[in-house]
Design a protein around this ligand. Structure first.
Ligand code: ATP
Ligand code: MG
Length: 363
């Protein structure tokens, strides 16, 4: 059952269009990510759901009720903003208690609820301190606690990890997943970071220029991007894209030679010869060809650059005037050096094909 339904949201700021017909549905209890670059409309969408933004048109339904025109307080929704602000003159305890005092809850109950949430967020030992004496991660957790303490049924999070360092981001991602499991709450989480969306989201909506271009599970987006932009956005390092032309009968002419029997061959059969295309393949779908082995798509490549990243190494390869990236586990990568030439195999069945002019996937 869908908890939250957005239908055709349209919003402009003067002559600047922010939302151009945003629609998606979030299931009850789902961790749903809104992934898109800067200015895609993520904050505007969340603010509209929270009731902070008046739409030009469109409807928002939450828990079976039309939210349009409902006051912010009536929505049972909490939002954590991109730049969260704690009350600097209040202790962590008072920051957490604030929303409950607003609701005029009895003192004993406030004490109990703050205690619970502080324990859950591992803040019990810092409750007496003011925000400026807390670490970035502790401040962030106080902000999360303040949003959770009213027990909203829907929590909106706007790039909540942006101001944290890499280690804290990693920890807080795990924290959000745990909270989501424990609290049975619906989460709508906006981020420009594909890794956050892939690791936390049950499903993801990709937003671009105020429009949802694709909705799916992390696997669906990774394996079947609707266009080259989603293909390049999801997964790191980004999908390799090389130019190609249709050669008739479902075949493709590429810098690697003529290819047929790809997963796109049948769809490509409808195209005439000479159509400009882009062949996409992920750096994880390339491997060195074992000596004596054969594969449907092999390329002789030369290592131009190596980039060790800890457990994996990214290799920049050149074949003719084509460049592309390959990822190897670190223990395999140590055998290779800049300048080495060798055959690689690209998993043909995992390649993608896009129309060059529009970027649309051919499949
Ligand atoms: N108050 C405003 N006045 C005028 N234009 C605005 C306002 N708020 C947003 N916009 C414009 O609307 C578009 C969408 O903005 P929005 O803040 O929703 O993007 P975003 O996806 O949250 O981006 P970011 O990742 O940078 O936060 C942008 O072009 C932005 O400049
Ligand atoms: Mg934003």
């Amino acid at each position: 059952m869908s908890a939250l339904i957005l239908q055709d949201l349209v919003k402009s700021y003067g002559s600047v269009p922010a939302l151009n017909g945003v629609s998606f549905e979030v299931g009850q209890g789902e961790f749903f990510c809104l992934l898109g670059p800067s200015a895609a409309g993520k904050t505007t969408t969340l603010r509209a759901v929270a009731g902070l933004e008046k739409l030009d048109s469109g409807t928002i339904t939450f828990a079976g009720r039309d939210q349009t025109g409902l006051p912010v307080q009536g929505r049972d929704i909490a939002m954590i903003f991109q730049s969260f602000a704690l009350y600097p003159h209040m202790s962590a305890y008072d920051n957490l208690a604030y929303p409950l005092r607003e609701q005029k809850l009895p003192r004993a109950q406030i004490r109990q609820r703050v205690g619970e949430i502080a324990e859950m967020l591992r803040l019990s030992h810092v409750l007496a301190r003011k925000p400026d004496t807390l670490s970035g991660g502790e401040q962030q957790r106080v902000a999360i606690g303040r949003a959770l303490i009213r027990r909203p049924r829907l929590l909106l999070l706007d790039e909540p990890l942006t101001n944290l360092d890499a280690k804290l981001r990693h920890e807080t991602r795990a924290e959000f997943k745990r909270l989501h499991r424990e609290l049975d709450m619906t989460l709508l989480y906006a981020t420009p970071d594909q890794l956050e969306a892939l690791t936390m989201g049950n499903r993801i909506a990709v937003l671009r220029a105020g429009k949802v271009v694709q909705v799916g599970t992390p696997d669906e987006l990774y394996d079947g991007p609707v266009d080259r932009f989603v293909g390049a956005l999801i997964g790191a390092p980004a999908m390799n894209l090389v130019t190609a032309t249709s050669a008739g009968a479902g075949a493709l002419e590429t810098g690697f030679g003529r290819l047929d029997n790809g997963p796109w061959s049948q769809a490509l059969g409808g195209f005439g010869r000479g159509e400009s295309l882009l062949l996409g393949f992920r750096p994880h779908d390339i491997s060195p060809l074992e000596p004596g082995a054969a594969a449907p798509l092999t390329v002789q490549a030369k290592i131009h650059l190596t980039e060790p990243l800890g457990d994996i190494t990214v290799l920049d390869l050149r074949a003719g005037d084509t460049t592309f990236k390959m990822v190897l586990p670190e223990e395999k990568a140590v055998a290779y050096a800049v300048g080495d030439e060798f055959d690689v195999s690209i998993a043909l069945e995992r390649t993608h094909l896009f129309a060059a002019a529009t970027g649309t996937a051919i499949r």
